[in-house]
Design a binder for this molecule. Structure first.
Ligand code: HEC
Ligand code: HEC
Length: 366
């Protein structure tokens, strides 16, 4: 009888303690660390539009710092040998210098690494085929990709929770109360914040010329005029500016550039955009990449098939392979040898040395 009374009393206490004003019973292990994030804005050259970003991932100094560490930390790979930085190297404008990238198992992927400079301004899908909608979504991919970091997120989450520095950094960036709240989504948010800081400085020779701070020499300016067809009655139209337009030197749209030798849709080794849209009209279409820092981002094209910028020019001058869906703008272009060199001279003015040396973008562990 006595026991029943006690159980009854116990139940009453439990029910009462569920009231709103009760303190949280299970306090997180990080709550002693202050959560005071510092909001910031992404920097950009004066002639760039403002960068858009998801409303649920506004930039903070703490988020960017965490993302930078994750980007440069091999903790994201199965055997702790690689990280994002392995295939996106600052000195190569965040590409890797290989035709196609090699992952932790030494396996070659089928595609070439992409520059991350100005990646935050691309709203038309990430990757060559646009299969990830946002940087946040993209950042989840490489960790589990068998030809990239080849591990699992639960494993990475465990490593981050047990780490001696990361729990505090996640607390400072996102206000989590307990290390158990570290998730892949938060890691991806932080990486995306860092990636959005990889922005052109506006100090390339071309940008300085546009801002009246520098001059282009004769060859460079002839190249520019052919690239953007500025002297239609005097110089040939190289067509480039239609797809690689200002200020990012890309529209981020998808085109079939006549890269692959294929007469029928099924013959494409890499179907590109069609793998996402499942539309046969998109077979062989790839996203137009920026040409900023193009002298550093070779080998070129989604499959890295052109080793030099000269080979790229030869491709465009020939019009490439006449595949069924080749874009009408990709057709034979008549350029003299000198004019071909002038376009290359112009492309060289797009190198932004300042972004390659920017110490806020470099490896924080060095
Ligand atoms: C093994 C090399 C490798 C590693 C490691 C790697 N990447 Fe990449 N990255 C690539 C390749 C290759 C592509 C293009 C893939 C495709 O289009 O299918 C790419 C594409 C991207 C893009 C798309 C850029 C654009 O303009 O659409 C972003 C963003 C990116 N990587 C960020 C990251 C981040 C963040 C990490 C670490 C979590 C990472 N990468 C790890 C090779 C790598
Ligand atoms: C119809 C649109 C279009 C036109 C016109 C065009 N491009 Fe491209 N460009 C693309 C696309 C799409 C890609 C990626 C194709 C692929 O990888 O399969 C590309 C890729 C490139 C690349 C390789 C970039 C990299 O990071 O690998 C270079 C260099 C380049 N173009 C330069 C030029 C030049 C120079 C011209 C003018 C002679 C030009 N493009 C005209 C759409 C175009």
């Amino acid at each position: 009888m006595k026991n029943i009374k006690f159980i009854f009393l116990f139940l009453i206490t439990v029910i009462l303690s569920c009231g709103k004003d009760q303190p949280v019973i299970d306090a997180g292990d990080l709550e002693y660390i202050p959560y005071e994030p510092h909001a910031t804005e992404y920097k950009r050259p004066p002639f760039y539009p403002k960068m858009e970003y998801p409303a649920d991932n506004p930039p903070t100094l703490e988020g960017i710092a965490l993302g930078r560490r994750l980007f440069y930390d091999p903790i994201l790979s199965r055997d702790s040998t690689m990280g994002c930085f392995s295939c996106h190297k600052q000195e190569l404008a965040f590409t890797d210098g290989s035709a196609t990238s090699i992952g932790v198992d030494g396996i070659n992927g089928r595609r070439s690494s992409m520059t991350l400079v100005d990646v935050g301004f691309n709203y038309k899908g990430m990757f060559w085929d646009g299969r990830a909608a946002s940087l946040e979504e993209q950042a989840l991919g490489p960790v589990t990709d068998p030809v990239e970091l080849h591990t699992t997120w639960p494993e990475v989450e465990q490593k981050l929770r047990r780490h001696n520095a990361y729990p505090q950094l996640f607390r400072k960036a996102f206000g989590i109360k307990d290390r158990k709240e570290i998730t892949k989504e938060l890691a991806a948010k932080a990486i995306a914040q860092f990636e959005r800081t990889i922005v052109s400085t506006g100090e390339s020779k071309y940008d300085r010329f546009k801002q009246n701070k520098d001059f282009l020499d004769f060859d460079e300016s002839q190249g520019l005029d052919m690239f953007f067809d500025k002297q239609p009655f005097i110089l040939p139209d190289a067509q480039c500016g239609h797809c690689h337009n200002e200020p990012m030197f890309t529209t981020n749209d998808y085109f079939n550039n006549g890269i692959s030798l294929a007469s029928y849709a099924f013959q494409f080794f890499d179907k590109g955009r069609a793998e996402v849209t499942l539309d046969t009209n998109d077979v062989g279409k790839f996203r137009t990449p920026t040409l900023r820092n193009i002298m550093l981002t070779g080998p070129y094209m989604h499959d890295g098939e052109f080793k030099s910028i000269e080979e790229v020019m030869d491709h465009y001058m020939s019009g490439g392979h006449p595949t069924p869906k080749r874009d009408p703008l990709i057709a034979e272009i008549q350029l003299t040898h000198e004019q071909r060199e002038q376009i290359i001279a112009f492309l060289k003015t797009l190198t932004d040395d300042a972004v390659l040396r920017d110490t806020t973008l470099s490896n924080p562990y060095k």
